[in-house]
Design a protein around this ligand. Sequence first.
Ligand SMILES: NC(=O)c1ccc[n+]([C@@H]2O[C@H](COP(=O)([O-])OP(=O)(O)OC[C@H]3O[C@@H](n4cnc5c(N)ncnc54)[C@H](O)[C@@H]3O)[C@@H](O)[C@H]2O)c1
Length: 457
Amino acid sequence: MSNLIVPDHSVLSRRSFLSTSSKVAAGAAALGALPVERFVHGASPGDTIKVALVGMGGRGSGAANQALSTGESVKLVAVADVHKDRMEGSLNQLKNAHKDKVQVKDENKFLGFDAYKHAIKDADLVILATPPGFRPMQFEEAIRQGKHVFMEKPVCVDVAGYKKVIAAAQEAKKKNLKVGVGLQRHHQAGYLETIKRLHDGQMGDIVAMRAYWNGNTPWVQKRADLEAKHGKLTELQYQMRNWYYFVWLCGDHICEQHIHNLDVINWVKRGHPVKARGNGGCETRKGPDYGEIFDHHVVEYTYEDGSVCFSQCRHQLGCWNDVSEHAVGTKGVCNIGGYTIRGENQWRFQGKGKDAYQQEHDDLFDAIRNDKPFNEAFYGADSSMTAVLGRMATYSGKEISWDDALKSEVSDTMVKNIDKVSWEEAIKLTPPTVPGPDGMYSLPVPGKTDVLKARKA
Ligand SMILES: NC(=O)c1ccc[n+]([C@@H]2O[C@H](COP(=O)([O-])OP(=O)(O)OC[C@H]3O[C@@H](n4cnc5c(N)ncnc54)[C@H](O)[C@@H]3O)[C@@H](O)[C@H]2O)c1
């Protein structure tokens, strides 16, 4: 792709947090030159791995902390966010935890929708932890610039994003770049042992599965509270602060949270479902600050071999809660996240493992240093798309096949040109959904909402 544009220096000099336009101009030239990646063929153990952090919220700060905890020879050199307050808070936290390893010069602190392009350039490894709607464009750019990547889940929230991530993952493979995805169960000892047993056939054929993320509602940023703190916001600025409740940014909670459980089922099945059908809606979480997403989705996924996964995710208060994955085989049943098998080959995991959030970074850095194969983007994309497929089924009320979903015209939900115009212009762009006169956003209507065509940009 060639979406690199010469940055608007006047905008950057106003918007960049203590950065200078000359540095930015130099950065743009460097981006154009695409310097040869230092560590594509492995680093020697003493080499310092330089990290850039894009998206400095809760998880981005956590992931940077874990990256900096992988060993001595690693440092944070550049950062990017759209919100200065989030950047400052995150940097303070990281400096407290890793004084000597946080070496971010003022001119390497970038603000704005195009900030990621500039932060990436000085790094060996980039952490992508913005709301997931931005992930495909940022991942594509990181790979284009020849960088190793750790990116949070989900890695896309729509079909266009899925295709972009798969294409960039293939490019990463060609360039021998390592890619980690924040589906940390893949680095959790109990899951690894349990799923190995399922793959070894100890449960016979797996014929049915269930996956749940039933819990309470997560955080919400109310417009009135935000405007009391930050002043009047444009609609786009408001949605950016309250991103969880908007599909173009979050994908709905089936993508944002339930992906963890769906990913485990795909892992067990070593593939993705071929079709989905489901029910969903918004029954209890109503109000203008809860945007356009459902508060429950119930999906039946069918895999190629005819086995079925029953999936539920719910954000409702005062109900039974459960976050788990189970499998039923011809020789037993398995509580996958509970690490137990009952039946012919009774078993319980007795081991201990490191915190999976740390382990996933340890494994990625080890792969970079020792040039081991490491590219989690393919299954990360498939699991993200599995969640998108479930949302398409619940929003439409129709049975949707994987293949038809990939052919759909309702494909790209990202705001066009958001990272190609100045900040002042970007915040005035119209998001894909806007509130009605009563302040409420319209929700999908099963049976009526068409998720396969229309709304083509
Ligand atoms: N693996 C896990 O268990 C886990 C846990 C929590 C969150 N996450 C994932 O991490 C991601 C971030 O979640 P969070 O809880 O940290 O959210 P957050 O709101 O705390 O942080 C997001 C940050 O990104 C910034 N941002 C938004 N758009 C940006 C852009 N275009 N460019 C640069 N910065 C931008 C925001 O200002 C904010 O600082 C999500 O995808 C979420 O699903 C994963």
